[in-house]
Design a binder for this molecule. Structure first.
Ligand SMILES: [Zn+2]
Length: 111
């Protein structure tokens, strides 16, 4: 299995789940309250379920071409949507990069 694809898919799930639970991606894991952590777990399950229902097997192809996700992209709230309006508050989605990983988030909804 291509480890890049796995890491990338994990990154999509992480970005979306953090958005759904309102957690800023730069927040240290140790500073997330139990309540928010529970919300994050629920959000992650929801994101995974959505991905599977919409044809999760196509996710492995997302790194080809422009590097954006294919099929699953239609339901994404923040991933690869930098500069586009947040579906909740319309604030432009921000992107931060470190190493080879991009993180997408809404600066208003995620604290
Ligand atoms: Zn927002």
């Amino acid at each position: 299995m291509d480890s890049h694809a796995v890491a990338g898919v994990g990154n999509i799930y992480a970005n979306e789940a953090l958005f759904l639970s309102g957690i800023h991606p730069a927040r240290p894991a140790g500073r997330i309250s139990q309540q928010r952590y529970d919300k994050l777990v629920t959000a992650l399950k929801r994101v995974l379920n959505d991905a599977i229902r919409q044809g999760g097997t196509t996710l492995r192809d997302f790194t080809s071409g422009d590097g954006k996700p294919g099929y699953f992209q239609q339901s994404l709230s923040v991933y690869a949507r930098q500069g586009k309006p947040c579906p909740v508050c319309t604030t432009p989605i921000r992107e931060t990069r470190n190493a080879q990983r991009s993180t997408f988030y809404c600066p208003r909804c995620q604290r």
